[in-house]
Ligand binder design. Structure first.
Ligand SMILES: *[C@@H]1O[C@H](CO)[C@@H](O)[C@H](O)[C@H]1NC(C)=O
Length: 454
């Protein structure tokens, strides 16, 4: 009885706290994204080579307790350093070289997995050897993508002497394991994951070009062949109205909804045709996800008009940033990822100069965007260059900006981004200064400015 009263009181408190919460002084979105990009960049750099760790260590977060995220995850580090590669200059070159050296060390360090899919490493460079969801095979593929992007900006001697070996190691590994179940990027579910396959495919497509530039036609041919197989496998992930998160589930968490924002993150990071942000099935997936989170999170039920839907990882999520078996929350990197997808989709249509046609796959998405019944707009064509097409592009930008405004609204007053924000109160939860949150904010902003990350 007492318990019921207390939980009722607590809920009431949360609702009131949300209603009257102290609001960030709302800067105009243009000014704010500019300011927040600087804050994000500096916060991201602070998490590289922090005190007490080997050089090249990229902390997932400075938080060492509740939760302890003071490790280098292969995936997080690759995604973060990819942002640093995008901003390549003499100053950050040293950080990138430190990162590469640390990753080469990780590749040859004996680990519990004894494979390149070992997910995380301690601050002293050794593999984490507690029980964990391993292997996670998106990591090596992401790392190869980052190193190949770095290769494009590096002098020939550094590429040949330092980068070629670790890149081939990760790509050869990807060739070997792509069809074997592994743990997903959120470390809970074992099977074949669309996110992992999207990233692997991109790594091998880039890898084929890289290898042929290096004069290794054997590897180039193998990478190209396997990338085609992965593409064919990815086609099977379409399920009625969304691209499914996992197939061949072999263990760990099972997600009955099949929905997961990782599909969209994979498309942003690594989407090659036909899995591009502006493609029908991807838009359908974005719509299905938004629909799920709209009703799931209290803060989405009554938010100010200028805000968008707060997006989480997947509807079944029970990780609250500290422990599992609780209520999951929206994430900054998921909400930023949704914004990035919209910005990228609009850029894609503009640069393709293609007509956008409402059909039975994407009609839910466009119905939401245009506030129309999907059936009523079926068959509508937005012809490139017409006012209707431009209106559509503007609607996309506005919708994307609303996701960004959601981040603005829920971030800390000093611009800091943790991992999650509370589904009732909107206040930050989970690991503070999550490096990946900052990276995802920066890539969303780049897409907003018309220059999406490569
Ligand atoms: C903002 O403040 C929090 C709490 O004091 C701190 O942990 C965080 O690092 C700060 N963020 C930035 C970007 O300075």
């Amino acid at each position: 009885m007492m318990f019921i009263h207390l939980s009722l009181l607590y809920t009431l408190f949360l609702l009131l706290a949300n209603r009257f919460r102290f609001k960030n002084t709302q800067l105009d979105l243009n000014k704010w994204t500019e300011q927040e990009t600087d804050i994000s960049w500096n916060a991201l750099l602070r998490n590289i080579n922090p005190p007490g760790a080997i050089r090249g260590f990229v902390a997932a977060s400075p938080s060492t307790y509740y939760p302890d995220y003071f490790y280098t995850w292969t995936r997080d580090a690759a995604l973060v350093m990819r942002v640093v590669v995008e901003n390549y200059n003499e100053e950050v070159k040293r950080l990138l070289h430190d990162y590469v050296a640390a990753e080469i060390y990780h590749q040859v360090t004996p680990t519990r997995c004894n494979c390149l899919g070992e997910p995380k490493f301690n601050a002293d460079g050794s593999g984490y050897d507690g029980s964990w969801g391993r292997p996670q095979n998106d990591g090596p593929a992401s790392r190869a993508i980052t190193m190949m992007l770095l290769a494009k900006k590096s002098p020939e001697h550094y590429v040949k002497k330092t980068l070629v070996t670790p890149i081939y190691r990760d790509l050869d590994y990807t060739v070997d394991v792509w069809s074997t179940p592994c743990f997903d990027l959120f470390e809970e579910s074992e099977g074949l994951h669309s996110y992992t396959l999207l990233v692997m495919r991109r790594a091998l497509v880039d890898g084929a070009l890289f290898a042929s530039q290096q004069g290794d036609s054997g590897r180039a041919a193998t990478y190209a062949q396997v990338s085609e197989k992965i593409y064919a496998r990815l086609e099977d992930f379409w399920e009625r109205d969304h691209i499914s998160v996992t197939q061949e589930h072999t263990g760990g968490l099972y997600k009955p909804s099949g929905l997961d924002v990782s599909v969209l993150l994979g498309v942003n990071q690594a989407g090659l045709p036909p899995f591009t942000p502006g493609s029908d099935k991807v838009l359908a997936t974005a719509h299905a996800l938004e629909q799920a989170f709209e009703t799931l999170y209290h803060i989405n039920k009554a938010h100010p008009d200028q805000l968008g839907t707060a997006i989480g990882r997947y509807p079944e999520d029970t990780y609250n940033g500290y422990e599992s078996g609780r209520e999951g929350n929206p994430w900054f990197l998921a909400t930023a990822g949704m914004a990035e997808l919209y910005y990228r989709a609009a850029l894609e249509w503009e640069s393709d100069q293609s007509n956008v046609i409402v059909n039975d796959i994407n009609s839910g998405f466009f119905g939401r965007l245009l506030a129309q019944e999907p059936e009523k707009i079926m068959g509508t064509t937005f012809q490139y260059g017409t006012p209707e097409f431009n209106m559509l592009i503007n609607k996309m930008a506005d919708a994307a900006d609303r996701f960004m405004a959601t981040i603005q609204y829920h971030q800390r007053i000093n611009g800091s981004l943790s991992e999650q924000f509370n589904r009732y109160t909107g206040f930050e939860e989970g690991a503070r200064d999550l490096t990946w949150s900052y990276a995802s904010f920066i890539t969303a902003t780049k897409a907003r400015g018309g220059h999406p990350a490569q």
